[in-house]
Design a binder for this molecule. Structure first.
Ligand SMILES: Cc1cc2nc3c(=O)[nH]c(=O)nc-3n(C[C@H](O)[C@H](O)[C@H](O)COP(=O)(O)O)c2cc1C
Length: 178
């Protein structure tokens, strides 16, 4: 089963989460690949898609939003999960943080099956006027590799379940009716 993981990331934190998800899903025996949106060819080549976005003022980074808009049709036709990365504290590790209103609207647009919020990262040398002003209070790496791995295992289990249900249905429908 081929899984695409793509993302919108400005400072690199969400890109690295996508990389860890791909590696965790490969450990689960799935053929998973993390690609920047501009490197994704035909979404129809994948059996399932995960889209992640770094949060900026409660909105996904524009590359993630754009990917969903551009490929809404293909995404509606296959299982899709979303993740967000943002909180610059341990809140995402302690409790489930629901998607922001904008991300929820994108989920509805494509019928996404689930969503997880992971902690974010703000490096001390982050570039950009607002990012620099946030560094003093909020610099740190709050991404939790255990939380990411657990979520990847959950997605893999759902995909396996769906595949075995499909295989059961197909073999039942091949039996000729008497
Ligand atoms: C200008 C700015 C605005 C941010 N706004 C939010 C926000 O609204 N919600 C949130 O949870 N995190 C917010 N963050 C934290 C980022 O989401 C976090 O740094 C994340 O890891 C960035 O992803 P990226 O490294 O992939 O770009 C903000 C960070 C910056 C620099």
């Amino acid at each position: 089963m081929r899984i695409l993981i793509t993302y919108g990331s400005k400072l690199g934190g969400t890109r690295e989460i996508a990389g860890q998800l791909a590696s965790d899903l490969r450990d689960e025996g799935l053929d998973a690949q993390a690609l920047a949106p501009e490197d994704v060819g035909d979404v129809r080549a994948y059996d399932a898609v995960i889209v992640g976005g770094g949060l900026y003022a409660n909105r996904w980074h524009r590359h993630a939003r754009r990917f969903v808009h551009r490929h809404a049709q293909e995404l509606r036709e296959r299982p899709v999960w979303f993740f967000s990365s943002g909180p610059l504290d341990d809140s995402a590790s302690r409790e489930r943080i629901p998607p922001t209103a904008q991300v929820r609207a994108l989920m509805e647009q494509v019928g996404a099956r689930g969503h997880e919020t992971f902690g974010g990262r703000l490096a001390r040398d982050a570039r950009g006027f607002i990012a620099r002003s946030m560094v003093r209070e909020h610099a740190g790496d709050w991404r939790d590799s255990g939380q990411i791995a657990r979520w990847a295992r959950g997605v893999a289990a759902e995909l396996r379940e769906a595949a075995s249900a499909r295989a059961g249905f197909e073999s039942a429908s091949q039996e000729s009716p008497r």
